[in-house]
Structures are given as structure tokens and as C-alpha cells.
Design a protein around this ligand. Structure first.
Ligand code: CMP
Length: 176
């Protein structure tokens, strides 16, 4: 058995912590190295507090399933403002950061890891533009979002961020 590869992967993960710091330190060494089985075919999503509160969880999950995504991990949870701030740390300097953190910690969310070929890009097509007014008809945001701030769903914007965001919310034992 070779023990050198996991150390390389852990080092890679630590480099990406500058993008977004995980807030679940209980996660195992193995969980931090999910890079092994995620490359290119997994993305991370959250159904945001506006859509949960409006009762859209079922319809959004149905649309995700019908588009051919497999649910690898999923949980109903609520982020503290500290955790939401860490998750969106990449936007810390943006004028909407405080509003974003307050909104994302205002109520429960559904966090999930989704699997499909070319998952990040395919999922971003499925959810539509960040601003629902600009989202293509039939996309999740066009159907369920209220505004650019309360836009129903989050989708990772790169394979690297999909890994960081998935590790932020899920341990290895929570993925199937
Ligand atoms: P999301 O895909 O979760 O990633 C960052 C979020 O910032 C984005 O969706 C929006 O909900 C939010 N956001 C982007 N631009 C604005 C804005 N101008 N005002 C408020 N929130 C914004």
C-alpha cells in the first residue's frame, strides 16, 4: 500500500482553502480528499432559504432528477451566519456580501452533491442565469427565483469549487 498520494491530495486541498474555508473540522482525512472521485462529474448545490420557505424543494429536486443528475449526498440544514460567511468568503469584498450572508443563514437550505457527466456546466445550464430576470425560460431560477439576491439555488462555478463546497458540507460517510 502506498501512502504518498493522499498527502499530495491533502496538500492540493489546503491550497484551495483560500477560495473557501471548510467549517466542519470533524471531517476525516479521506473526506478532505474527495478530489479522487469527483473530477468533472460532480457539482454542489444548495436550494436556498427562499425556495425552501416557498415549498419548492420537491419541484426543484424533480427537475434535477429529470435532467439526469444522480443525488450523491443531500441534507436539510441551516447555516449559521459564521458558516454562511465562510462559504461565501470569495465574495467578502462585494457590496452584497452582508446581505448574502444574512439571507443564506436566514432559514433552512437543502445542500446536495450531484453527479452527471460535465456536471458543473450542465447544472449551471439547468439553473439559468444568476439574475432570474435574465434566466432562460424553464430553468430553475426562471421558474422559482424571486431576485438576484434570492435566486432559489446555488450551483458551483468550477470543478475545483465543487470539491471545496462539497467538502464544506459533507463527510465521506454522507456520500453514496
Ligand atoms: P450564488 O450562485 O449562490 O453565488 C453568489 C451569490 O451572490 C449569487 O448566487 C447571488 O445570490 C448573490 N448575488 C450576486 N449578485 C448579487 C447582487 N447584486 N445582490 C445581491 N446578491 C447577489
Amino acid at each position: 500500500m502506498c501512502f504518498c498520494r493522499p498527502f499530495e491530495l491533502l496538500t492540493d486541498h489546503k491550497k484551495s482553502e483560500g477560495v473557501k474555508k471548510g467549517s466542519d473540522p470533524g471531517h476525516s482525512f479521506a473526506a478532505q480528499n474527495q478530489k479522487l472521485d469527483m473530477a468533472g462529474n460532480r457539482t454542489f448545490t444548495m436550494i436556498k432559504p427562499d425556495a425552501v420557505k416557498a415549498g419548492h424543494i420537491g419541484n426543484i429536486l424533480q427537475q434535477i432528477n429529470q435532467a439526469g443528475f444522480r443525488i450523491v449526498a443531500m441534507k436539510l440544514t441551516q447555516m449559521s451566519s459564521q458558516k454562511a460567511g465562510d462559504f461565501y468568503a470569495i465574495h467578502r469584498e462585494r457590496p452584497f456580501y452582508q446581505e448574502l450572508v444574512a439571507f443564506m443563514s436566514s432559514g433552512p437550505i437543502v445542500a446536495a452533491i450531484l453527479e452527471k457527466d460535465n456536471a458543473v456546466e450542465e447544472f449551471r445550464k439547468l439553473i439559468g442565469a444568476t439574475d432570474p430576470a435574465k434566466a432562460d425560460p424553464g430553468t430553475i431560477r426562471a421558474r422559482f427565483a424571486k431576485s438576484v439576491g434570492e435566486n432559489a439555488v446555488h450551483g458551483s462555478d468550477s470543478d475545483d469549487n465543487a470539491i471545496v463546497e462539497s467538502n464544506f458540507h459533507f463527510a465521506a460517510t454522507e456520500r453514496f
